[in-house]
Design a binder for this molecule. Structure first.
Ligand code: UDP
Ligand code: MG
Length: 318
C-alpha cells in the first residue's frame, strides 16, 4: 500500500530567520520518527518585506521543488488569507498547518499523523496548556475572549486551541469550501465539524524574529471572530434598547402622575435633556452594531478573492 503523504503548510510574514530553522526541525522529526513517511513543505509568503522569499527559493533550490513548494502573495493579506492560500494549493493526503516561528513544536507531528492514520480521527490539533512567556494581560484577554465567544455563539471553541493542526484532505477541502472573506479559522474548524483529537503542549517562545500581532491586531481578530459567528451582539443590543425604552415609559408615567397630583412641577427640562441624551446614546450604539454587520455584508457581496498570488514554483494540478 502506498504511504500517505503529508504536506506542511507554513504561512510566513517576515520570517527570514525562521524559514530554514523550521524546515530543518520538521526534517529532523520526520527522519527520526517517521523515516518512511513522504512529506513536503508548502511555504506561503504573505507579502514579506524581508528576505523570506529569497530564503524559501534557496531552500527549494537545495531540496528540490517536490520537497519545498512555495506561493508568494501579492501583498500582506493576513494570516487567515495566507492559510487559505496554503490549504487551497495543498496536495497530499494529510495537510498540516504550522507557524514558521517554531512555537508549534514539530515534535507533535508524529502523534498527529498517528491519530489521523488510525482512522479514528479526521484532524489532530494542538492545544496550548500554559501560556508561559506571554504577558499576563494577553493571556487574560485571550481567556476572556474564549469565554465570551463560546457563551454568545455556542460554536464551542476550545481554550488554548492553536492553528497547529493536521487534517485529512477532506477536512481541508471543507474549510476552503467556505468562501467568506472575513475568515475566522478557529470558528470555521468548529463549524465544519469532523472528529478532532486534541494534543496538549506547553507554550514555547518564538525561535527568532518577533510577533506579527499587535494588541490592535489581536483586538480586531477577536472582534471579527465574534461578529462572524455571533448574531448575539445584535440581538443583545436590541433588547437593551427595548429595556431602556420601557424604563423611560414607566418613568414618564410616574412623572405624569406626580404632576397630576401636584407633587411636582411638570416642566422638568433637565429630565428631558438627560432622557434625550440617554436615548440618543442607545440609538447610536444600535446603529454602530448594525454598521458593523453592514460593513461585513458589504465586504462579502463584493466577492473579492481571498488572496492574490504573485508567483509560485508549481503548476495548477501538481
Ligand atoms: N503570519 C502571516 N501573515 C500575517 C501575520 C502572521 O502569515 O499577516 C504568520 C507568521 O509568519 C507566523 C504565523 O503567522 O508563521 C504566526 O504569527 P506570529 O508568530 O507573529 O503570531 P503569534 O505566535 O505571536 O500569535
Ligand atoms: Mg508565533
Amino acid at each position: 500500500m502506498a504511504q500517505n503523504r503529508t504536506e506542511m503548510i507554513i504561512p510566513c510574514r517576515d520570517e527570514g530567520e525562521c524559514v530554514e530553522l523550521v524546515f530543518d526541525e520538521i526534517s529532523r522529526v520526520f527522519s527520526e520518527s517517521l523515516p518512511d513517511h513522504p512529506w513536503s513543505v508548502l511555504y506561503v509568503d504573505d507579502g514579506s518585506t524581508d528576505d523570506t522569499l529569497p530564503k524559501i527559493k534557496a531552500l527549494a533550490e537545495k531540496h528540490g521543488e517536490d520537497k519545498v513548494r512555495y506561493i508568494s502573495l501579492a501583498r500582506n493579506f493576513g494570516k487567515e488569507a495566507a492559510v487559505f492560500a496554503g490549504l487551497s494549493n495543498a496536495r497530499g493526503d494529510y495537510v498540516c498547518l504550522m507557524d514558521a516561528d517554531l512555537q508549534h513544536p514539530p515534535a507533535l507531528i508524529p502523534e498527529m499523523i498517528q491519530a489521523v492514520e488510525s482512522g479514528e480521527y479526521d484532524c489532530a490539533a494542538a492545544r496550548r496548556v500554559s501560556r508561559r512567556g506571554e504577558p499576563f494581560i494577553r493571556s487574560a484577554l485571550s481567556k476572556g475572549f474564549y469565554g465570551i465567544i463560546n457563551f454568545a455563539t455556542g460554536i464551542g471553541l476550545v481554550p488554548g486551541m492553536t492553528d497547529f493542526r493536521l487534517m485529512r484532505r477532506e477536512v481541508a477541502e471543507a474549510v476552503t469550501s467556505l468562501q467568506e472573506r472575513e475568515r475566522f479559522l478557529k470558528g470555521i474548524y468548529s463549524w465544519v465539524g469532523f472528529k478532532t483529537k486534541w494534543i496538549e503542549y506547553e507554550n514555547v517562545e518564538r525561535a527568532a524574529g518577533s510577533t506579527k500581532w499587535s494588541m490592535g491586531g489581536l483586538w480586531s481578530y477577536a472582534k471579527s471572530g465574534y461578529i462572524a459567528f455571533a448574531t448575539a451582539p445584535l440581538r443583545g443590543v436590541i433588547y437593551m434598547g427595548m429595556v431602556i425604552v420601557l424604563i423611560s415609559l414607566i418613568y414618564g408615567i410616574y412623572v405624569y402622575i406626580q404632576a397630576k397630583t401636584g407633587a411636582r412641577v411638570w416642566t422638568d427640562t433637565l429630565t428631558i435633556i438627560l432622557l434625550l441624551l440617554f436615548i440618543g446614546g442607545t440609538i447610536i450604539t444600535i446603529l454602530g452594531v448594525i454598521g458593523e454587520y453592514l460593513a461585513r455584508v458589504y465586504m462579502e457581496v463584493k466577492n473579492r478573492p481571498i488572496y492574490i498570488a504573485k508567483e509560485k514554483n508549481f503548476g495548477e494540478n501538481s
